[in-house]
Design a protein around this ligand. Structure first.
Ligand code: PLP
Length: 482
């Protein structure tokens, strides 16, 4: 089937779907149309977002949503799961091939779920298994209340070392208010205060002293590549399990931009990911593991999860099939190249970037040099049709709510076909907004961390310039909902 055929099929599929939805709740149909219009009309620079293909999106809207399928392929707690088995087996097969992994588990509903499955798999493999063997018990069904007491104490007494939130780590990497910071004794590693870069010697020193059961690598807002071979050396030296959360950069791994020491899969015991960021799949999570950890990860349900979202697993299989095509490698390389163009454009116009640049898909601007908080910058940029999110910078004086940073990424606009020139122009527009924004004051006249004033006319001027680029690179070309 040729491309124009696919576009017109997609158009009629969505037009008809929206009519069916409108017959029940027209406001949802309207919000769905409006969301497409809004996404089409703005510069989407949120580093964790993308645009999934119509094939991926359409796969999610089916009757697989109606099926319960707790368990694993061929071993379900419900009858009638033969088609879900096909879907889950295909998702896992594509994932194993795509990432060169020994084992793949496609059930987690989200990145956080994937991380919870990973944590409990590590605890099951490293703590519960040996405890049961030592107590000469076959499984947990044989435990007395006193045994449970002792096992719970053992499970609750383990240590996790992960990257701190303000250095770019994720909430699930041991942040105190998150479950990961409560179920484990935790410590966090940061980045070098001078360079903003990961200091592997400092991580190793901390690991030697803390002796974690789990060493977590990976990030949400660190604009650099990580050497996972070094992280594995550190883990091995202290007897830790290396878990890599590649949620943000899975697309760069799939597209073979990150290879060798930068590819987590050959180095980590367990790799977790989301499927919806740079990987451009449906909203969801996944766990990859070595043969050693596979049996415990396979127990994600009932250990942590209930029924899998079969319609989303089907969409994961479609997205992974797309990512196995050579075009995806070209896309992933363009994501990284475009991040260079964006960073270069920002630096040449005087912006200050955490670590001085990027070598992945994201850039972190320290907006304090414009006299703004992240919150003020995020709001002013949004007024001008530039969608970003505020983010802490290392040792952020404004904390995690107001912040001093703006995180921007290239995956979404690269999907629309933006290249060097468009990203350079985007950098220009960002700096124009930031330069023309002034911090505001509170009602009492004191400096405010939230209010701001964007100079008259700037938002319209930036929106016009963006519209020119966006019109040349339409989102879902040929999809017409009129
Ligand atoms: N891990 C990392 C590194 C992330 O950046 C995120 C989301 O931003 C997650 C996990 C959580 O993913 P989800 O929102 O799907 O639970």
């Amino acid at each position: 089937m040729t491309a124009p055929d696919l576009a017109s099929l997609t158009s009629s599929a969505y037009q008809q779907a929206l009519e069916v939805i409108a017959s029940v709740e027209p406001r949802i149909a309207e919000a769905t149309r409006q969301e497409l219009a809004d996404q089409r009309g703005s510069l989407k620079l949120i580093a964790s977002e993308n645009y999934a293909s119509p094939a991926v999106l359409l796969t999610m809207g089916t009757w697989f949503s109606d099926k319960y399928a707790e368990g694993t392929v061929g071993h379900r707690f419900y009858a009638g799961c033969q088609n879900v088995d096909t879907v889950e087996a295909l998702a896992a097969e594509h994932a194993r091939e795509l990432f060169g992994a020994e084992y793949a588990y496609a059930q987690p509903h989200s990145g956080i779920d994937a991380n919870l499955v990973a944590f409990w798999s590590i605890l099951a493999h490293r703590v519960e298994g040996p405890w049961l063997a030592n107590a000469e018990k076959k499984n947990v069904n044989d435990l007395t209340e006193a045994d449970w007491e002792s096992l719970r104490r053992e499970l609750g007494n383990q240590r996790l070392l992960g990257m701190s939130l303000d250095a770019g780590g994720h909430l699930t990497h041991g942040f105190r208010p998150n479950i990961s910071g409560k179920m484990f004794h935790q410590q966090q590693y940061g980045t070098d205060p001078e360079t903003g870069l990961l200091d592997y010697d400092a991580v190793a020193a901390k690991a030697r002293e803390f002796k974690p059961l789990v060493l977590v690598a990976g990030y949400s807002a660190y604009p650099r590549r990580v050497n996972f071979a070094k992280m594995r050396e550190i883990a091995d030296e202290v007897g830790a399990t290396l878990m890599v959360d590649m949620a943000h950069f899975a697309g760069l791994v799939a597209g073979k931009v990150f290879t060798g020491d930068e590819d987590p899969v050959p180095h980590a015991h367990i790799v977790t990911t989301t499927t919806h960021k740079s990987l451009r799949g449906p909203r969801g999570g996944m766990v990859l593991a070595t043969e050693e950890y596979a049996p415990s990860v396979d127990r994600g349900c009932p250990m942590v999860l209930g029924g899998p979202l079969s319609h989303v697993m089907a969409a994961k299989a479609v997205a992974f099939a797309e990512a196995r095509r050579p075009e995806f490698g070209t896309y992933a390389q363009a994501v990284a190249d475009n991040a260079q163009s964006l960073a270069g454009g920002l630096l040449s116009r005087g912006a200050k970037l955490v670590t001085g640049g990027t070598d992945n898909h994201l850039v972190l601007i320290d907006v304090s040099s414009f006299g703004l908080t992240g919150r003020q910058a995020e709001s002013a940029l949004l007024d001008a049709g530039i969608v970003t999110n505020r983010n802490s910078v290392p040792a952020d004086p404004n904390g995690a709510w107001y912040t001093s940073g703006i995180r921007i990424g290239t995956p979404a606009l690269t999907t629309r076909g933006f290249g060097h020139d468009e990203f350079d122009r985007t950098a220009d527009l960002i700096v124009e907004v930031l330069r023309n924004t002034e911090p505001g004051t509170t009602k009492a006249g004191t400096p405010s961390q939230a209010s701001y004033r964007l100079a008259d006319g700037v938002a319209d001027k930036v929106k016009d310039a963006s519209a020119e680029m966006l019109d040349k690179h339409p989102l879902y070309p040929g999809l017409d909902l009129a």
